[in-house]
Design a protein. Sequence first.
Length: 294
Amino acid sequence: MKTSQSVTVILNPKAGAGRALRAWQALQPQFRQQFRHVAYEETEAPGHATFLAQEAVRRGTDLVVGVGGDGTLHEIVNGMLPGDTPLGVLPFGTGNDFARGLQIPRNLKGAWDVLAARRQRRIDLGRVHGQYYIQIAGTGFDAMVAERVNEGGRAGTGPVTYVTTLLRVLLRYQNQPLQLEAEEKVAGKALLVAVGNTTHYAGGMKMCPEADPEDGLLDWIWLGDLTRLEILRALPLVFTGRHIHISKARRGRAPAVTIHGPSHLPVHADGEVVGHLPATFEAVPQALTVLAPS
């Protein structure tokens, strides 16, 4: 039975090497049955999803559904906010870490069942350099890797590409002098600082394993002056979250985190480079309504 709601579907047709497009094609009949009006838009270039989401909200759509990966969702959220329009997620990109963090199934039936149930959660977001982010932001080594990955184009993203690029950057990267100000202060040479709203990024890396998108705070992880050998030993631990227990790691939780350091160092948000240091990362409590399991 159709509801009185209208829905706008924003699809990245290249996401997941075509998985997103195939998922939409398979689910079209369910959308037509469930919703009074279905608008469908395809992204054509980086940043286009932000514009499409802005227009959808301006038209008064009742629900925006993002079909693609985390980069597509990052753009959509920045087009939807500020506002109260709910976001639905069909996670058929490459990494799908936002869905992983919210326990949204990454299979066709499970993802559709979450949409059809219409169960809403109000979650926090992060914000840095004027950009909202849904997962993890930061600076240092991972921001340099994100910069190199993005230079290769969105089609080249994913865990394999990320780790390959990581190893290439590692050959030349030098740990940088950073200062972190939050509920405590940390200073010294560091590999990276990550500031997370949810747990995962980069195709399954559990960088902020204790992050909770409903606590009104951001989790920060400081990985200090690791040698290249220590980095290689720590890398497998990031996929399980055990890296936070190594001797050169520090962690905390705060409503805002400020990082100072060399001005050439990029700052990333959800893997997208959004500026350079210095940067203040702010929690934006209950900023987004998303359809997700309780």
